[in-house]
Design a protein around this ligand. Structure first.
Ligand SMILES: N[C@@H](CCC(=O)N[C@@H](CS)C(=O)NCC(=O)O)C(=O)O
Length: 203
C-alpha cells in the first residue's frame, strides 16, 4: 500500500493520476498547504524541501520518495509500466519529463503566481513568465504534430506535462493555433484513470 501526501495542485495531481493509471492501491493524506503543514518537522523528515507530493511505499520497507518527477519514475519502474525499459525509449520519456520539471512546471508556476496571487501586479513579470510558458507550449505542440504522445506510448512524461498544461486558462495563457496540443489535452482528459486521479483532490 502506498501512502500519498498531497494537495489539489498540478504537482500533486501528477501522482494521483499515475497511481490510478497503474491501479496501485493507495491512501491519500491531504497536506494543508494554507496552514503550512508542509513545513512542520514531521513532514520535513519525509520531504526535506517542505513541499508536496511525497509517497511512502509501505510495501517496500516504508521507502520514502519526494520530488514529483522522481516519484513518477519510481512508480513506473516499480510496475514496469508507463515508461519503456530499453535505453533509448527510457531516455525519451526522461527527456520530456525533465522538460516539464525544469521548464513547464517552474514557468507556468511563476506565471500563475504573478498573474493570480501577487499583491502588486508587475506587468514585466507577468509578461515574461506568460511568454515563456507559451513558448514551451509551442515546443510541445510541435512535438505532438508528429507524435501521438510525447515519447512513444502514453507515459509518465504525458502525465507530468498534462497536469500543468491543463491549467493554461487559469494562468492567462492562450493556446490559439496549438491544435496538436489541444488534441492531446482532450485525449488525456478523456481517460477514466485521469479523471479518477482528480476526484479526491479538488479541481
Ligand atoms: N519540484 C517539486 C515542486 C513541488 C511544489 O512546488 N509543490 C507545491 C504545490 S504544486 C507546494 O508544495 N507548495 C507549498 C509551498 O511552497 O510551501 C516537485 O515537483 O515535487
Amino acid at each position: 500500500m502506498i501512502e500519498l501526501f498531497t494537495a489539489g495542485t498540478p504537482n500533486g495531481w501528477k501522482i494521483s493520476v499515475c497511481l490510478e493509471e497503474l491501479e496501485l492501491p493507495y491512501t491519500v493524506r491531504h497536506v494543508r498547504l494554507s496552514e503550512g503543514e508542509q513545513k512542520q518537522d514531521w513532514y520535513l523528515k519525509l520531504n526535506p524541501n517542505g513541499r508536496i507530493p511525497t509517497i511512502i511505499d509501505h510495501g517496500c520497507d516504508d521507502f520514502v520518495v519526494f520530488e514529483s518527477g522522481a516519484i513518477l519514475v519510481y512508480l513506473a519502474e516499480k510496475t514496469g509500466r508507463l515508461m519503456p525499459a530499453d535505453v533509448k525509449g527510457r531516455s525519451q520519456v526522461l527527456q520530456w519529463l525533465m522538460f516539464q520539471m525544469g521548464g513547464v512546471g517552474p514557468m507556468m508556476g511563476q506565471a500563475g503566481v504573478f498573474y493570480r496571487y501577487a499583491p502588486e501586479k508587475i506587468p514585466y513579470a507577468i509578461g515574461r513568465y506568460q511568454r515563456e510558458s507559451r513558448r514551451l507550449l509551442e515546443v510541445l505542440d510541435t512535438r505532438l504534430g508528429d507524435h501521438e504522445y510525447l515519447a512513444g506510448d502514453y507515459s509518465i512524461a504525458d502525465i507530468a506535462n498534462w497536469c500543468w498544461v491543463r491549467s493554461y486558462r487559469w494562468i492567462g495563457i492562450d493556446i490559439d493555433g496549438l491544435d496538436h496540443l489541444k488534441r492531446w489535452l482532450d485525449a488525456i482528459a478523456a481517460r477514466p484513470a485521469v479523471q479518477r486521479g482528480f476526484e479526491d483532490l479538488g479541481p
